[in-house]
Design a protein around this ligand. Structure first.
Ligand SMILES: C[S@@+](CC[C@H](N)C(=O)[O-])C[C@H]1O[C@@H](n2cnc3c(N)ncnc32)[C@H](O)[C@@H]1O
Length: 185
């Protein structure tokens, strides 16, 4: 596993309710997620975003929570059970080289990649896979931690997204983050 990958103990911190004071998942995602949608949470860790996403998509929607680390997904599973939303969440263990979403071609309405791209060795393959999984006009919101990722590296990541077909729409304001909202052509 890459040295850059977030350790499990940080996963617990990232899932803390205190984080909602400056990064509220409902406020961040409300413009993009509607009931009945199928959505991806890429690098979900313990579900700080996946669990609110599952409430937003409702009974007829689905959240695919993708993570490299089984321990993150196990804890997410327990938290989702407790929250009564496990039926709406599919936990998928992926590998460093693939998100394991080849079966979701043109099915996804919205994808989130929050604080994960700087941990990924091959972002081009990741963008390709996400692009393929999205419906036409499906959206991908990316956010990277300011301070950890600089503007120059973020621009390079955006360039790779564009090379893989994504159209840049806007930069939503999210605290402590560099962001981009992208759309499938
Ligand atoms: C810094 S955490 C962010 C977690 C979550 N998105 C959040 O904001 O709370 C990054 C997560 O991405 C996962 N990750 C790293 N590389 C990945 C990859 N190539 N595919 C899927 N998940 C990955 C890590 O295991 C970790 O759980």
């Amino acid at each position: 596993m890459s040295e850059r990958v977030c350790p499990v103990w940080i996963g617990y911190l990232l899932a803390s309710p205190i984080r909602k004071m400056f990064q509220n998942p409902l406020t961040i995602l409300q413009p993009y997620i509607k009931e009945g949608m199928k959505v991806l949470d890429i690098g979900s860790a313990m579900g700080f975003f996946s669990i609110p996403m599952s409430k937003m998509v409702g009974n007829n929607g689905k959240v695919f929570s993708l993570d490299l680390q089984k321990k993150m997904l196990e804890t997410l599973g327990k938290r989702a059970n407790k929250a009564g939303v496990i039926d709406r969440i599919e936990l998928r263990n992926c590998s460093a080289g693939s998100l394991n979403i080849n079966d979701l071609k043109d099915e996804i309405d919205f994808a989130l990649a929050f604080a994960v791209l700087h941990e990924v060795n091959d972002v081009s393959t990741l963008f390709k896979e996400v692009y393929t999984s999205l419906k036409s006009k499906g959206r991908l919101l990316i956010a990277e931690p300011k301070g950890h990722v600089d503007e120059k590296d973020f621009s390079k990541t955006l360039q790779v997204a564009k090379e893989n077909g994504f159209v840049f729409l806007m930069q939503p304001r999210i605290a402590k983050s560099l962001t981009a909202l992208l759309e499938k052509n």
